[in-house]
Design a protein around this ligand. Structure first.
Ligand SMILES: Cc1cc2nc3c(=O)[nH]c(=O)nc-3n(C[C@H](O)[C@H](O)[C@H](O)COP(=O)(O)OP(=O)(O)OC[C@H]3O[C@@H](n4cnc5c(N)ncnc54)[C@H](O)[C@@H]3O)c2cc1C
Length: 364
């Protein structure tokens, strides 16, 4: 795959592309909007694409893919820009930026949403909220829906409603040949299968249809303990989640206590062990269900019932910080793993980022 260099062999083709009826914006390195256009969530990623095309329509996407093919450019697809590894960018190649294609249309009778390929979870949640409908998202509102769903997508609701990709009904995508196709259980079923976790490797998804579920509100509970009792809390939470109903989601984490009202003074600025539990129902029922955790003698507590869209914003981080993430998938969480997890918390720098264990679908 070719890169576009400074002396751009593509100056003329790009000028032609601009005037060919492409409806979006074409941004090159010399453009004042370039740095803003290439910025993604993780400021550690410094890739400098040769050109960024911000698409408005499906036809724009078709033209962009064909342009990339014709000129042998490496193509990256950018949705919400949340890939911590920077998969939505390319060095020297062509970025197809879908952020302007973020329309969400809800059919409350069919309980489905048609979601633009560049929409974020916030676009989706705000559109479904007035109908009292939801679907599994991630755990923040700024993630791109397509990037999340195509990668599998685990979130607060997955024990109840399945992974995000389990709720994918169909996807319209532009293939590497520049053809628009639909993938669903009936049309191109093998491609549809590949979209359940295969990421952005099978085409540019311009729109997805997702299944929705009625849900009036959720309750979130954040409970805090001193770091020293972490191993006991982590074990208790693991055992709690093994028998918890599907209405419960959540994780256990180590974090630095923030100067918030519900954080006791002795935990502010200190490493603390925390449990964040969600419940797809009201506060009273939530308190009853999470009683085993409440009886463990926590030292700080925030429990509140809220619309799902609000829960989704609770952990939103500002973009533009330098992020380093690593992750493991564990089929089980035996005592040895708990001890390793807690021991690594001892090495965390305070104040610091967090380390967490999430308990998605199935038993931990
Ligand atoms: C703060 C934060 C919290 C997160 N929380 C969760 C979580 O709770 N659960 C979870 O499962 N994941 C979570 N993630 C991971 C996130 O879901 C994935 O990184 C996801 O791929 C991001 O999608 P995006 O569109 O925002 O990112 P981008 O960087 O824009 O894209 C990511 C990948 O998806 C591809 N892609 C995006 N849109 C399209 C499209 N329309 N067509 C084809 N390919 C496309 C891109 O090419 C790229 O390979 C989180 C990430 C961050 C930064």
């Amino acid at each position: 795959m070719a890169q576009i260099d400074g002396t751009s062999r593509l100056a003329k083709p790009l000028a032609e592309f601009r005037s060919s009826g492409f409806g979006g914006s074409v941004i090159e390195e010399t453009d004042p909007a370039y740095d803003e256009a290439r910025a993604i969530f993780n400021a550690m990623i410094e890739d400098r694409p040769g050109v960024i095309v911000q698409c408005e329509t499906v036809e724009d996407v078709v033209q962009a893919v064909r342009f990339g093919r014709e000129h042998d450019l490496e193509i990256a697809v950018r949705g919400g820009g949340h890939s911590v590894a920077g998969m939505g960018l390319t060095s020297g190649g062509l970025v197809i930026d879908l952020r302007r294609m973020n329309t969400v249309t809800v059919d409350p009778d069919a309980r489905t949403a048609q979601v633009g390929g560049g929409a974020t979870m916030s676009h989706l949640d705000r559109a479904t909220e007035p109908f009292g409908l939801v679907t599994t998202g991630g755990r923040v509102s700024t993630t791109g829906v397509a990037g999340l769903v195509l990668g599998g997508g685990t979130g607060w609701l997955d024990r109840k409603f399945g992974l995000a990709c389990d709720n994918l009904l169909s996807a319209d995508l532009v293939t590497a040949e520049g053809e628009l196709v639909r993938a669903s259980a009936d049309e191109n079923p093998e491609l549809f299968w590949a979209l359940h976790g295969g990421g952005g490797n099978f085409g540019v998804v311009t729109s997805l249809a997702l299944r929705l579920y009625p849900l009036a509100s959720v309750t979130a509970a954040l409970l805090l303990w001193r770091e020293e009792v972490g191993p006991e809390v982590v074990r208790a939470f693991r055992d709690f989640m093994a028998q918890a109903p599907d209405e419960v989601g959540g994780g256990v984490l180590y974090l630095t206590g923030a100067p918030d009202e519900f954080v006791p003074e002795h935990l502010v600025g200190e490493l603390a062990c925390a449990v964040l539990v969600t419940y797809t129902g009201g506060e009273e029922a939530a308190r009853e269900v999470i009683r085993p955790m409440l009886e463990l003698g926590h030292e700080g507590e925030l429990i509140a019932e809220m619309p799902y869209a609000e829960l989704q914003c609770m952990l939103d981080d500002p973009p533009g910080l330098r992020n380093y993430w690593s992750a493991e998938y564990l089929a089980s969480f035996p005592d040895e793993a708990v001890d390793a997890f807690c021991a690594s918390a001892d090495r965390m720098i305070v104040p610091s980022a967090s380390q967490h264990v999430l308990f998605p679908q199935g038993e931990p």
